[in-house]
Write a protein that binds this ligand. Structure first.
Ligand code: IVH
Length: 697
């Protein structure tokens, strides 16, 4: 086969298999038999093996199911839907309990009870009842906005359509799952009918709930356990355990294995009991969830960016499997990092077929950690090796070990490339960095595509209809080279242009217009999403929010960044003064923004946008928008709690007093900060004053 034929064959297979995936996962109407599907996948893999460099970015060998369906309406959650922090060992559980006690300033001798219950391996769902009637049901989505699956939820037996004697507004949250028996039945029926089977009950539950046709959902035996709540017009109870009991009285299924634990030992003992019963429960669970029982304390503990401080998930140990590592490939990420990936002979680990695993970096492959100490007793990893894979939760599979007794005699130590495999630029490893990075910057196609993908991602610009896959296609066809190009798509490929989006395969007038309007709408991006979307190294979602809240507007931000470029002076100090922003991030931010090519690209993007200022969290509070500094000791709440509370009221908390400080809260033992505040004429209050301000007096 020549290259040209291979290329067009790979394109044809990608199309066919993508169609088949969509038909199977989203329309529940398989277009291919299993055998045919497997044959096409094998052919694709064979051609990819012959011409590795022709492998497409949307290669079917990389696809797990189909992309999320866009056919559902969206629902904004009135209270965010959270995920949980993890504990993997008894020590982690102990640390969790300690962190709760320390946040609350609760001494060992004071009791602190937790509930412990199975962590159901399904998908979370929020049910909103108004005046006792189910008005909508939404999936978690990104935690803020979920998909409207009301029609489907109504077909689930465990979900009551009406509840009597409930608060006027009641949002019940819990897990949709499928039992082992129902899963086996469903798959048996599917394979009899010549359809494709689901890999595990979780996928089956997710696929069934996210059906565009509610009749299909109705034919799938889904179940629901209630374990939490969102907005409620009246409290359910004073404790977690009583609130869940109340949900049970209201007619929801709740898990019979929930119990109340007086201390860490009791929590761990219950974890062991649940672990013993795991195989005979009849449904999948992947750990035990602990929650602070007292809802008053839950409220004080509050939330981190995506997880509550008052709960954690104690995961069951990861599942392991052995397989052959066929090849090591290098992927180039958004910030140029060269990430080695192990291509494996597919193996089932915990019900999921795994064919790739991360190898982290060159030290990891060589068998040492970043400090040069041996890992795996110094055993390196080579192509051809027999390796042990593990998967814990949703994380990317990893390699736990390598069996030297089965190493092929021909296997050679892996030579990590010193040049970028995508653009050929040098890929040096800076001192202190564990990875090599491509120095090609914007000229590196891999980095360019990854940046575009990042920019359109859900946490950044989140443009309806413009996902990672389309961005890659547009990049490949030369329609997009850099972020600013997204906002000129309409002027280049819209009405009246020689080449038009609506004439692309699979597009029409309506879809093209919808995309152009979604892009238009996205030009008024909120500042925090914009800062995150720029894809600057070390700037994650949470940091971007802190930065956006601090500077308020793009103009303020960019003026400050210019002034801070030399990493000294008041603007630099001010940046470092943002609580949560460290030196490494600050350096990355100012150097990236001062780099001429990057800067020019960002300027071209900004010219197309109308970034929206971000509001402080609560603009009606007396400290909203103000900068606070805490010093000395606080007696009625810990520093961590005070800080979290201040931030929740829209204040910024800084670590040191400067001319920009609005208020100093000084407890007993305050020293130099109080003195400096006095010199600068900064208002100072004591803890009583703070409690009053915080509405806690
Ligand atoms: S509580 C406030 N309890 O696990 C936290 N979550 O990894 C809300 N889950 O998104 C979750 N069983 O989908 C809670 N008994 C349980 C759970 C549970 C399963 C899921 C839930 C959540 C995910 C976090």
């Amino acid at each position: 086969m020549d290259r040209e034929t291979a290329q067009s064959e790979l394109a044809r297979l990608a199309d066919l298999l993508s169609e088949a995936n969509t038909a199977y996962h989203q329309q529940d109407a398989p277009t291919l038999t299993d055998a045919e599907y497997d044959r096409l996948n094998r052919r694709n893999a064979e051609i990819e093996a012959l011409f590795p460099d022709l492998k497409r970015t949307d290669s079917p060998s990389e696809q797990v199911g189909a992309a999320p369906i866009s056919g559902f309406g969206k629902i904004k959650h009135s209270r965010r839907m959270l995920s949980l922090g993890n504990a993997f060992s008894d020590d982690d559980v102990e640390d969790f309990v300690k962190s709760v006690r320390s946040y609350l300033g609760l001494p060992e001798e004071n009791p602190l009870a937790f509930t412990a219950e199975p962590k159901i391996d399904g998908l979370s769902l929020s049910l909103r009842y108004e005046n006792g009637k189910l008005v909508h049901a939404a999936t978690r989505g990104d935690g803020q906005i979920g998909e409207d699956v009301t029609a489907n939820a109504r077909t689930v037996q465990d979900i009551p359509a009406t509840v009597a004697h409930a608060p006027d507004v009641l949002e019940v949250r819990g897990e949709v799952y499928m039992s082992h028996a129902d899963f086996a039945d469903l798959n048996a029926r599917a394979s009899q009918a010549g359809g494709k089977v689901f890999a595990n009950p979780r996928n089956a539950a997710a696929g069934s709930l996210r059906q565009l046709n509610p009749d299909v959902t109705a034919s799938r035996p889904l179940r629901f356990f209630a374990y939490a709540w969102g907005e409620i017009s009246a409290p359910l109870a004073d404790t977690q355990a009583d609130a869940v009991n109340r949900l049970s009285k209201l007619g929801f299924q709740t898990n019979p294995l929930m119990t109340l634990c007086a201390d860490t030992a009791a929590m761990i003992a219950h974890y062991r009991r649940i672990e013993e019963q795991r195989a005979t429960l009849g449904y999948d669970i992947d750990g035990v969830v602990y929650k602070v029982n007292d809802l008053g304390l839950q409220n004080r503990l509050g939330l981190r960016s995506t997880t509550p401080r008052w709960a954690t998930a104690h995961k069951f140990p990861a599942e392991l499997a052995w397989t052959t590592l066929e090849r090591i490939e290098i992927q180039v990420g958004r910030t140029g990092a060269l990430s080695p990936v192990a291509r494996l002979v597919p193996v089932t680990v915990g019900g999921v077929v795994v064919s790739n695993a991360t190898l982290h970096n060159e030290d990891y492959i060589a068998g040492r950690d970043s400090a040069g100490q041996p890992i795996r007793d110094g055993r390196d990893i080579r192509e051809g090796d027999w390796v042990q894979i593990y998967r814990a939760g949703d994380v990317i599979p990893k390699i736990a070990d390598v069996d030297l007794s089965r190493r092929p005699t021909t296997a050679q130590p892996y030579e990590f490339p010193e040049k970028c495999p995508e653009c050929g630029s040098d890929a040096p490893r800076e001192p202190g960095d564990s990875v090599r990075r491509c120095s090609g910057g914007l000229i590196c196609p891999a980095q360019a595509v990854e940046r575009l993908r990042h920019l359109v991602s859900r946490a950044a610009f989140d443009i309806d209809g413009l996902g990672a896959k389309l961005v890659e296609e547009f990049y490949r066809d030369g329609w997009l080279a850099e972020p600013a190009d997204i906002f000129t798509l309409k002027s280049r490929f819209g009405p009246g242009q020689p080449r038009q989006l609506k004439n692309r395969e699979g597009w029409g007038d309506t879809s093209a217009n919808n995309l152009f309007s979604a892009i238009d709408a996205a030009s008024t991006v909120p500042l925090d999403r914009l800062i995150f979307g720029l894809g600057i190294r070390h700037v994650g979602e949470t940091n971007a929010r802190l930065i956006a809240r601090h500077y308020g507007t793009w103009d303020n931000f960019e003026t400050a960044m210019r002034a801070a470029a030399d990493q000294s002076g008041p603007e630099w100090e001010d940046l470092l003064g943002i609580d949560g922003i460290g030196t490494v991030l600050a350096q990355s931010l100012v150097t990236t923004l001062a780099q001429p090519a990057e800067r020019a690209s960002i300027d071209r993007l900004i010219a197309k946008l109308d970034p929206q200022p971000v509001e402080a969290a609560r603009s009606d509070s007396p400290v909203a928008g103000k900068t606070l500094v805490f010093t000395g000791s606080l007696e009625r709440m810990t520093r961590a709690e005070a800080k979290a509370r201040a931030e929740a009221m829209g204040a910024k908390v800084a670590g040191s007093v400067s001319a920009r400080t609005d208020l100093l809260i000084a407890g007993p033992g305050a020293g130099s900060k109080a003195k400096k505040a006095a010199e600068l004429g900064v208002e100072t209050i004591d803890e009583d004053g703070w409690m009053a301000l915080a509405g806690l007096a």
